[in-house]
Each structure stands twice: as structure tokens, then as C-alpha cells.
Design a protein around this ligand. Structure first.
Ligand code: MEV
Length: 440
């Protein structure tokens, strides 16, 4: 039986590795060798990575690919994408190239408002709490001055603090619902520091407020935390062209293709089972750029899916129309991104990815990421409504299967050539590989 370990975090990296390998794996020598194989030979770089998180034992690689030819607001970008899934970078590149010759992506920022809340319990008269809030508001702002000074200098800061009565949802529950402008920072630390300061002020001032009863004075702060639901930190990206210019080469007419695309979006709007997969495809593009630029893809995912469900039913993040023979395809997605702070200056690959993107500010990065998401969705739908997804997928997946089978370079070459003319399924690849081996 495996025993719990005390003080794991205090062990050295080698001791941690030894313990994990001996306790949980069959061949500890092999485990240790694999873990160490992924260490950087550059000790400084390795230390940097070791210190990003806790209990580090090695690095976990993801491929970084480039999707070139993204024409966004008349500027050409090559977009770095960190992702493990084959086909994603290829699909993005293909969609980018397609739209590069049809006016490119037009993007705009709809809003940049971030949100944070102080959740608290108040037992008493709501009217008195409202009066108290009015009186304490200037103090909430003045007490936070040292924290917001630099942000304000740059044009950001606190937009609004609102008292919200949530007692209809939960007994005694109230909140300070606060909105912020955090400029080029994702803003998590800034927002959370402000909120904790508001909470301290609220609690202290309430405890001394003359009009409150003893019970009312005892506000219970439950928590102070930013919200990843940011419906007003929103970006839009759009592509459009005359239907005739869609000149598809998949055996259907441009109009038929445009109509199928519009229908595919309509299905994702009507049917949550499809919408989730449809949006997952969008997030393939979004997350890959978010990750490459050192941003928090979990926050982005949470916010995007909340936005997709904002009207009560989970639905598509993209939209499509045909009007006056113009095909239009667009996305509106909330994206809280930073190009300063966090990993952006710490991680050498993130720094490089941002440089490749021509050092965007947060607003520019929002637009690039939205374009990547839209391109991904266009690519996925285009395959789905024409050839089906497996043709392209299996072609890309072929190399993964061949690597799994331990194919040599010359075997890979021969089989890639073979599958240019044959349908690639997992079993077809295995048997073609076996035939080739047997012939040798
Ligand atoms: C696969 O990662 C993504 C797709 O399923 C997206 C979609 O169905 O739209 C192809």
C-alpha cells in the first residue's frame, strides 16, 4: 500500500523524482531517465522554469507552431500557436491564406472592462446598508490610492463600485460589484489587491458605523476575488466577401458553400450539443495563441463559455450571414489578456512569441486572438460541410500514428506518399505499415 508523504515540497528535486518514480512507476530508472531527458541543459533556464510553480520535477513540452499570413486590419501577422492537437495550425494557416486574398480579418474592440467582487453577508436593514455604502464610498476609493496610483497614471484604475443586494438568491448575501480598466495587464493581481482593500475598509467602517445595530456592524466578508466573467471585455473579428469569391474547390458552388456555412452556424446556435463542439473548435485557435503569449487559458475558457451561455442557452460564439450576395462570418468573444506582467517578460518563449506578433498591446492581442479563433472555426466548418473532418485530420494524424508504431524515416516517407492516394484510418495505417515491414 502507498503511504502518504510528509514534507514533499521540502525534498530536493532529485529526491522528489526518486520518490515519485519509486512509489508510482514500474520502472523507476526509466521514469527518472525520461524526466531528466526533458530538463534544459541551460541551468539558468531550467531554474527559471523550476521556479514558475511548486514541486517541479521536469518540463512538459508542447509544440509551438506558426500560422502565417494572417491579414488583420491590413497588417500581416505570423501567429505563434502552442498546441498538442494536429491539424489546428494547418487549419488556421489555410483559413488565414484564404482570407488574406479576400480582404483579411477586420477586428475591433467593443470594451475592455474587467470585473471583481467582494462577497459579504450582512444581517440587517438593506436601506441602512445603502446609506452606509454611500457614506463609505469615498473612503473605499481613498484607501486604495497607493495600490491604484501607477495604474491611474497610465490611464487605468477603478471604473465603478456598486453595492448589490443578492438576498433574493441567498439569505444575507450582498456584494460590492466592481469594474476596472487594467490597460495592458490582465489585471488579476491589481484587481484582487483592490478588492481585498475594499473588503478591509468595508468591514472596519461598518464596525464603527453609528446607525448600525450590533448585528449590522458585524459584516462578514466571505471572499474578494476577480470574476472571469467579463462580458464587457469584448472583441469582434469579422471576415466577409462576395459569395462569388468563395469559389470553393470541394465540388459545390460558392453559394451552396456559403449556405452550408450559414446553416452550420445556425445549428450551433440552436443546439447546445453542437455549440459546445463548435466553440471547442474556436478555442483550439484561441487557447493556442493565449498559451503561446503566456496568458491564462483557463480564465479565457471560463469567460468565453460563460459568454456563450449569457442569454440562458449555451450557443455559438460565431455568426454568419448572406446578405446582398455578401457572405459575412464573425465572432464576438470576451478576452481578458495581458501583454505586460505575469509570464510575459519572464518566459523567454512568451517574450519571443510577443515579439513575433510585433509586441502588441493588450487590445491588439485581443484582436489577434479573436482572428485566430474565427479562422479556426472557419477552417473546421469548411471541412465539416464539404469533405468531412476526418480526411484532413487523419492526414495530420498519420505522422502521430507512424511515430507510435516506431516507423523509420524512410518508412514514414513511403507511407505518407501512399496515403496521399488512399484513405487514412488508424487500422489502414497499421496494416499498410505492417505490409511495408513484411516486404522489407
Ligand atoms: C476538433 O478539435 C474541433 C472540431 O470538432 C470543431 C468543430 O466540430 O467545429 C473539428
Amino acid at each position: 500500500m502507498i503511504k502518504p508523504i510528509e514534507g514533499f515540497s521540502k525534498l530536493s528535486k532529485d529526491e522528489k523524482i526518486e520518490w515519485i518514480a519509486n512509489t508510482y512507476t514500474h520502472n523507476s530508472e526509466e521514469t527518472i531517465a525520461i524526466l531528466k531527458q526533458y530538463w534544459s541543459t541551460d541551468q539558468k533556464l531550467q531554474q527559471l522554469h523550476d521556479e514558475f510553480i511548486e514541486n517541479t520535477i521536469t518540463n512538459f513540452y508542447l509544440p509551438l507552431g506558426i500560422a502565417p499570413n494572417f491579414l488583420i486590419n491590413n497588417r500581416l501577422y505570423a501567429i505563434p500557436m502552442a498546441i498538442e492537437e494536429s491539424s489546428v495550425v494547418a487549419a488556421a494557416s489555410k483559413a488565414a491564406k484564404f482570407w488574406q486574398h479576400r480582404g483579411g480579418f477586420k477586428t475591433s474592440i467593443i470594451g475592455t472592462e474587467k470585473v471583481g467582487q467582494v462577497h459579504f453577508m450582512y444581517h440587517g436593514d438593506t436601506k441602512k446598508l445603502q446609506q452606509f455604502f454611500k457614506e463609505v464610498h469615498p473612503k473605499l476609493i481613498s484607501n486604495v490610492a497607493p495600490i491604484i496610483k501607477n495604474m491611474e497614471k497610465r490611464g487605468g484604475g477603478i471604473n465603478k463600485i456598486e453595492l448589490r443586494d443578492k438576498t433574493a438568491e441567498l439569505n444575507h448575501y450582498h456584494q460590492l460589484h466592481c469594474t476596472f480598466e487594467t490597460l495592458d495587464a490582465m489585471g488579476a493581481n491589481f484587481i484582487n489587491s483592490c478588492l481585498e482593500n475594499f473588503a478591509d475598509t468595508l468591514k472596519k467602517e461598518a464596525s464603527e458605523y453609528a446607525d448600525f445595530t450590533k448585528e449590522e456592524r458585524n459584516i462578514e466578508i466571505v471572499m474578494s476575488i476577480l470574476s472571469n466573467n467579463i462580458p464587457n471585455c469584448l472583441v469582434r473579428a469579422e471576415v466577409s466577401c462576395p459569395v462569388a469569391e468563395l469559389n470553393e474547390d470541394k465540388g459545390i458552388s460558392p453559394m451552396e458553400f456559403a449556405q452550408k456555412m450559414v446553416r452550420a452556424v445556425a445549428i450551433a446556435k440552436a443546439e447546445p450539443y453542437r455549440a459546445v463542439t463548435h466553440n471547442k473548435g474556436i478555442m483550439n485557435g484561441v487557447d493556442a495563441v493565449v498559451l503561446a503569449t503566456g496568458n491564462d487559458f483557463r480564465a479565457i475558457e471560463a469567460g468565453a463559455h460563460a459568454y456563450a451561455a449569457k442569454d440562458g442557452q449555451y450557443t455559438s460564439l460565431t455568426h454568419a450571414s448572406i446578405e446582398n450576395d455578401i457572405f459575412k462570418f464573425w465572432i464576438e468573444i470576451p478576452l481578458a489578456l495581458g501583454t505586460v506582467g505575469g509570464l510575459t517578460s519572464l518566459h523567454p518563449m512568451v517574450r519571443m512569441a510577443l515579439e513575433i506578433l510585433q509586441n502588441p498591446n493588450a487590445k491588439e492581442l485581443m484582436q489577434i486572438v479573436a482572428a485566430a479563433g474565427l479562422a479556426q472555426n472557419f477552417g473546421a466548418l469548411r471541412s465539416l460541410v464539404t469533405t468531412g473532418i476526418q480526411q484532413g485530420h487523419m492526414k495530420m494524424h498519420l505522422l502521430n500514428i507512424l511515430n507510435q508504431l516506431g516507423a523509420t524515416e524512410s518508412e514514414k516517407k513511403a507511407l505518407i506518399k501512399y496515403f496521399k492516394k488512399h484513405t487514412a484510418s488508424h487500422s489502414a495505417v497499421v496494416s499498410a505499415f505492417e505490409n511495408l515491414r513484411n516486404q522489407a
